[in-house]
Design a protein around this ligand. Structure first.
Ligand code: FAD
Length: 546
């Protein structure tokens, strides 16, 4: 039997599901197969970062996730009974200033429902077993639940099939691995601990590190490094009770174990995230230590970066998919670097490491700028694609006036768009809502220009330049100008102008994944037109996208 599809996704974990939604939202209905059962309820990754909540918000799921989860606001670090440091995660520059604790099965359930609402069918217990790729697509072999095999011809194959990826192996993509020689046990337990339930509690001890944090429903997640680096195969309640008794001052023993797992911390990175018509995302492309809770978050962001580009290629637009790997592989490399360093420091038992750790944490907690950077890093807000071939800017800045005094440099091309509150005729609106959805957005910042005729003229020229390929929004600094209100916003408090570093009339082109594709403060529309035409696959007129 032989079937055809534009995109075949192997793996319906968080990465595969975000990708499926991103494609379906753009009219590309992928075929999705997953080797596992539909009713797997694994707790696994429980910390949803601020940036992932913004992603879920764009998919209409943040409110539901927060409703099912527990917002965590800080990390407390202890050595024995002494509180070494408190790091505040709410200073992250996000409309969701928290790390949300919610079991992975709940996150995937929300994503799955959204995908199904959009018409995606997930074929469970259906395994991709092999593939052959050529210049136009991929022949994949899948094994159905009844054991029968099927050959699928797909335009593109996305391997979102986890760390032991069959797609990666079958496509011949090398996997660079390293063993951190650290083992961990993790479990969800019931316990009567007198701990604040709005934060992570991290205990350092000679025996290793142990983190405890509250789960929705009253349980606690315990993560503990194992002595000698070798975790027991199936950790039981006694293993957690022993680690808690040895490394923390908590006197109550955990009484019930709901779920547990163990693993040796290994890191891996695929040599490329794309080979022809085969793409890798999530754990299939990179895997790292659980310290820092970045695994699921990084995978979902991969899919968010890939989704709009893959939809474009699958619908006859430009093939900018090399840009996916060029942007996301360095991010994965950086995550591996930081989580690996954090794991070594957190589990280091030598006296010199313990002393350095103590001093560093005490210092960290006293420096506001460092705290903010830490919160931004944990919230995945430092991720950006500056220097990507897909982004550009021509930004000169301008004179400081009373109205723009205090404005920062604004997000550079490749950095994340920022949120702010704007006024419309029907009330206030968050800029992130204006920038929501599946397309590009062009923001025109009026700065000191207040002449209604000039503003109307810019907007008209901008609409003509983008030719329907981006939504155009005018952001005025004063009150709303007379005339049509559609696409016009007033930045009455100047917040948006300040946050975008605007000192003279300027424009920002925002990509569907909410990163800045282009900015200039000469109101030059040619690069915008060139970029958008390039995406269509039409000859570019000045942009860098070919
Ligand atoms: C025990 C455990 C605990 C973890 N704890 C944390 C944590 O606390 N914090 C954190 O950030 N991360 C944690 N992680 C990592 C986190 O769960 C992953 O980073 C995240 O699930 C990656 O999502 P993914 O969709 O890329 O891959 P996965 O979630 O692994 O999904 C891959 C999917 O592909 C399917 N599949 C596999 N092979 C095939 C095939 N041949 N054909 C079709 N389908 C296939 C699988 O059934 C699975 O559904 C943990 C992982 C494990 C295993």
């Amino acid at each position: 039997m032989r079937t055809d599809t534009d995109v075949l996704i192997a793996g319906a974990g968080p990465t595969g599901l975000v990708l499926a939604i991103e494609l379906a939202r753009r009219g590309v209905l992928p075929r999705v197969v997953d080797a596992g059962p539909s009713d797997l309820r694994e707790s696994r990754a429980v910390a949803v970062a601020a940036r992932s909540l913004e992603l879920l918000d764009d998919l209409g799921l943040a409110e539901a996730a927060i409703g099912h989860g527990l917002p965590l606001h800080a990390l407390n670090f202890y050595q024995g009974t002494a509180l070494l440091a408190v790091l505040d995660v709410t200073v992250v520059d996000s409309p969701f200033p928290m790390d949300l604790c919610v079991p992975q099965w709940r996150t995937t359930e929300l994503l799955r429902k959204r995908a199904e609402e959009l018409g995606v069918t997930i074929e469970w217990r259906t395994r991709l077993s092999g593939l052959r790729a050529d210049g136009d697509g991929v022949d994949a072999e899948i094994v159905r639940p009844d054991g029968g095999t099927e050959r699928v011809r797909a335009g593109w194959l996305a391997g979102c099939d986890g760390a032991h990826s069959t797609v990666r192996r079958a496509a011949g993509i090398r996997w660079r691995t390293a063993d951190l020689r650290r083992g961990f046990i993790l479990g969800d337990v019931a316990a009567d601990w007198d701990l604040v339930r709005d934060r992570f509690h991290v205990y350092f001890d000679r025996g290793g590190v142990l983190a405890v944090f509250p789960m929705p429903g009253g349980h606690w997640r315990v993560l503990a490094s194992t002595p000698g680096g070798r975790p027991p195969e199936r950790p039981g309640l006694a293993d957690f009770a022993q680690a808690v008794a040895e490394r923390t001052p908590l006197d109550a023993r955990p009484r019930e174990l709901r779920w547990s797992s163990a693993f040796a911390a290994r890191e891996g990175l695929a040599e490329t995230f794309r080979r022809g018509r085969v793409l890798l995302a999530g754990d299939a492309a990179h895997s790292h230590s659980p310290i820092g809770g970045q695994g699921m978050n990084t995978g979902m962001q991969d899919a968010y970066n890939l989704g709009w580009k893959l939809a474009l290629a699958a619908t006859g637009g430009a093939d900018i998919l090399d840009g996916y790997g060029a942007e996301r592989r360095p991010v994965a490399e950086a995550v591996i670097g930081t989580t690996s360093a954090a794991t070594r420091v957190a589990t280091g038992r030598a006296l010199v490491v313990r002393r350095a750790r103590r001093h560093a944490l005490r210092l960290l907690s006293r420096l506001t700028a460092v705290q903010r950077r830490f919160a931004d890093a944990l919230g995945e807000h430092l991720v950006g694609y500056r220097g990507s071939e897909l982004v550009s800017q021509d930004w000169r800045g301008g004179p400081v006036r009373a109205w723009n005094d205090g404005a920062g440099p604004g997000p550079e091309a490749g950095e994340l768009a920022r949120d702010a509150y704007l006024e419309t005729r029907s009330g206030p609106v968050a800029l992130r809502r204006v920038l929501g959805g599946t397309g590009h957005h062009l923001l025109l910042f009026a700065a000191e220009e207040a002449d209604p005729a000039a503003l109307a003229d810019w907007t008209a020229r901008a609409r003509q330049a983008v030719d329907g390929d981006a939504a155009v929004h005018l952001v005025t600094r004063g009150h709303l100008p007379p005339g049509p209100a559609e696409g016009v916003f007033a930045d009455l408090r100047g917040e948006a102008h300040r946050r975008y570093g605007v000192r003279r009339p300027s424009l920002y082109l925002v990509r569907p994944d909410k990163y800045i594709a282009h900015r200039n403060d000469s109101l030059d529309l040619a690069p915008v037109r060139g970029y958008l035409r390039g995406l269509r696959g039409a000859p570019a007129a000045g942009g860098r996208v070919a």
